[in-house]
Design a protein around this ligand. Structure first.
Ligand SMILES: Cc1cc2nc3c(=O)[nH]c(=O)nc-3n(C[C@H](O)[C@H](O)[C@H](O)COP(=O)(O)O)c2cc1C
Length: 184
């Protein structure tokens, strides 16, 4: 089984990042992945302080889930052209847990264009952690109008791209595992 950890860098109850992430999760599940989706506010991670890593239950749970995952799906709101502080704070609790793990990225911005920089920043962080970010990514703009009142995405092509991203993290993780099994 391919284990996928999915998280969004927003604590808002009506988070569009989380809605977009749900669609990518569908894609991962269709590809045979077992997805664990976590809400970074429940239980809340503390603000990073190296000492908390040893004591906080929320941190230990998060690190264990990251360690067990074969792949991740990360969705970030665009805040001032970058990732959210909530997501960066969570990533700062990790050290080598994401090494060689496949990661699919989604950004969700309120503007009409120009949200790509947030994912470049996130890619730089993940590169330093030796994670394997996919080239494929999804930039969702115009967040306020992206879903109708029933939570249905208005742009079906966008929804397809989100599902494809979810599928690809699982397929790439399977390929990577198969390659490792051949080597060992
Ligand atoms: C502090 C702040 C900064 C923001 N900066 C940008 C930005 O630079 N570009 C953009 O497209 N949207 C920006 N937005 C809009 C958010 O990306 C948008 O509201 C998004 O839906 C938030 O994600 P969420 O719905 O998952 O909470 C900003 C919002 C806030 C609160």
């Amino acid at each position: 089984m391919t284990q996928v950890l999915a998280l969004a860098g927003s604590l808002r109850s009506s988070s569009v990042s989380r809605m977009a992430l749900e669609i990518a999760i569908e894609g991962a599940q269709r590809a045979g992945g077992t997805v664990t989706a976590i809400h970074l506010g429940e239980p809340a991670l503390p603000l990073f302080d190296a000492a908390d890593s040893a004591t906080s239950t929320a941190v230990l749970r998060f690190k264990t889930l990251a360690q067990k995952a074969d792949a991740l799906l990360l969705a970030t709101p665009v805040y001032h052209d970058s990732m959210s502080g909530v997501l960066k704070n969570a990533l700062d609790f990790l050290y080598d847990e994401l090494e060689d793990k496949v990661v699919g990225l989604i950004s969700v911005g309120g503007g009409r264009a120009g949200q790509g920089l947030a994912l470049e920043h996130l890619r730089a962080v993940l590169r330093e952690m030796n994670a394997m970010t996919l080239n494929r990514q999804v930039l969702l703009s115009g967040a306020a109008d992206a879903f109708d009142e029933n939570g249905v995405p208005r742009d079906t092509a966008m929804a397809t791209r989100l599902r494809q991203l979810g599928q690809e993290v699982v397929l790439r993780a399977k390929l990577l595992r198969a390659a490792g099994e051949v080597d060992s």
